[in-house]
Each structure stands twice: as C-alpha cells, then as structure tokens.
Design a protein around this ligand. Sequence first.
Ligand code: FMN
Length: 389
Amino acid sequence: MDLSVSFGNVTLKNPLVVASADISLNFNFFRMLVDSGVGAIVTKSVSDITQLQSASITRFRILREADEGFTMLSRGGPMLTMTKWQNHLAECLPYAHKHNTKIIGSVCCSSLKNWVEYSKIVDQSGVDMLELNLGNPHGGAADKPAGYLLGQSLDASAEVVYEVSKVVTKPVIVKLTPQVDDLVPFARAMISSGASALNVMHRYQGFRVDIEKAEPILGGWAGVGGPWMKTISLAWTSKIFNQNIGPIFGGNGVYSWQDIVEFLMSGATAVQFASVLMVHGPEQIRGMLDGLEKYLKENNYQNIKEIIGIAAKKAFTYKELNKIKEVRYINNPAVCDKCPTNFKCLDYCYFEAIKREEEQVRFLDTCNGCGLCNEVCKVPGAISQRIKD
Ligand SMILES: Cc1cc2nc3c(=O)[nH]c(=O)nc-3n(C[C@H](O)[C@H](O)[C@H](O)COP(=O)(O)O)c2cc1C
C-alpha cells in the first residue's frame, strides 16, 4: 500500500518520523532507525547555546505509571555544535538517502543572527527540510530567550521564522511550544511568516520529587512527556487542522500504531515520536508501520491521505454540542439481578437515574446518557446504550 505523504515537493515514503532526540546521535542507532523503515529522521538540534552542548547535563528518568503508561522526564543533551552536527550529518545523510529516508535538520539558537547563520548552513548541507526548535523546554539555559521562552513570544518567534525563511531554500517546519494559552494564533503567525509546516508540539517543562531524598528528580526542572500527553497534542493538532492553517507534523505522546492513526485522523500529515523508541527500542517502528498498514487495509482505505483529518472534521464545537445524538442507558435485568459487584453502578449515577428495589436495579428514562455507569460496570451484557426517542 502507498503510505507516502507530501509536504510541498518533499515526499516521505511513510508518515513515521523520528523526532529530534538523542536516539539518533550515534550512527549505529541512526542506522537501526533507517533500517526500520521510517519516512524521516529529525536530527538532534544544532545549537549556539553552550550550556545545552554539555553532555554532562543529560539525565533520563522513566517513571512507570499505571496501565503501562510512562512519564519520560529528561534533560536531553547534548545539543550539537555546528562542527559536531556537520560531522554527524556527513556520516548519517548518505545512509539515510540511500534508503529513501528523509533528513530534517533541527536548529535551536538564542540570537537572531545565529538562527539565520545556522539555518543557512543546515539548509546547504543536503537536508530535505529544516525544523526550527522554538519549543525546547530548557530554553532558560541561554543568556537570551531561547526554546520555549522565545517560542512564547509571537513577535520574536515570527521574526526568526521570517528571517530564516528568506535565506533558506528547503521547507521550514516550526516546532511549537505548548506552553502558551492558545497555539492557533502562533501556528497562523508561523505560516504567514514563511514556514511551510508546523510541528504540533514540543514538550512541557515538568518537575517531580524523589520523596525519599526530599529533592527534585534530575536535580530540577526537565522536559516531560509520555503517552498521556497525546490527548493535549491531539486537541491542538485537530484545532489547527480545522482552521486550515498549514500542514502538520503531529507529535508528543505517540506510543503505538493506534496513536499514529489518531494523530492522522486529527489532522497530522505525518507523526513524530522519540520517547517510545528510547523506552522500548527502535524495533517499535516496524510494528508501528505494520499495524498502520494492516489497519488501513482492513478498513478499506486506499491510501494514507484518506484518513488525514477525518475525525477532526467531525468534531462538534462547544457551540454545536446540542447536535450530539441523545442517548440513554438501559440494563439487562437477567444479568443485573445477579450482579457480582453489588450494584456498583448505583454509586456512580449522579443523576439518580438508577434505582435499587430490593435485589434489583432499574434504569429510569430520566437517564441523560452520560455513560459513566457503563464505564465502571465490567459485567458483560449488563448495560447497553440506546438512542433516545
Ligand atoms: C531525550 C530527549 C531529547 C530531545 N532532544 C530534542 C532536541 O534536541 N530538539 C528538539 O527539537 N526536540 C528534542 N526532544 C523532543 C522530541 O523531539 C519530541 O518532541 C518529544 O520527545 C515529544 O515526543 P515523544 O512523546 O514521542 O517523546 C527531545 C526529547 C527527548 C526525550
């Protein structure tokens, strides 16, 4: 099946993109990523921020959460000096291009002059696209506002994008920080300043405590992400898609092929991920590609483009919520009269639409269809939904 997606004149063989992170720093890992079949790899950011170039600040902590979720707390490093980045690229680019994996060069600077200079060099180094990292959660490491601190200023980040776009020849992606009130005006400003696509979105800054030592894990604030972040990333992806602002790389919270489908259906043309590879290994990519392809075939989609944004387009705005079909829940007395949970559902109906009469529960037609009873009841065949007449 054709899984290819295009951003202007750059076509990725599939929408899976390894996000900028330490996983691609070493050529052996880089080769594994290419061999896994990914459509593109975003290189680790090249930067003028000396503090972020130091390898010794790197710290990772995987905090295991319930349901196989995790929180990835990390201070990724080291960002690359231009010389290191160029050496890294010289080693990796030919291998990637030989296997039709596109390379996206990521830039993260602190002065406008360097944004322009570094981007020019990256542009002329043979990469397929550039990504401007305007969301790095460690932005405070620079003397001038950088990373999310720069990305939070609409005027300052638009100026960077405008000045860079004027001097480069390759399409520019802007990686947005989520640490603003509303990403939509930022997305719009970046596209109107010359960006060709958006990366929705970078990570938040987080803080966790080791309660045995009474001190912060990793020594202070760090980038934070994990599968739980997906819900927020999808909200912004779908909102930006519905405003028809520009093509989107979705990301932050991708953990499985199902997550990739969710991002595509929310409006992303391609999907970036990093933590899942650091936690579960680069071999995840093959399973993600297979899962995506199988899903498309089983659901009779002819190509990937058919699903981009289909769920976002169906989303009701808050003003349209009255269009949602009215439903109610009913119960099956044959199952419920022998309830093994001692009528747990009763404790969850805040609308008094479930009544207990001796050893029986009855669902009343005052049910407003919230569905919480069905969520907490694990007894097969006990509760079902009906469209309200
Ligand atoms: C260890 C680590 C290092 C990272 N380094 C960079 C970086 O240099 N530049 C950048 O733009 N993003 C960087 N990121 C952010 C990722 O590119 C990605 O946006 C983020 O991890 C969210 O995606 P995920 O949930 O798939 O991990 C880094 C993330 C991690 C975990």
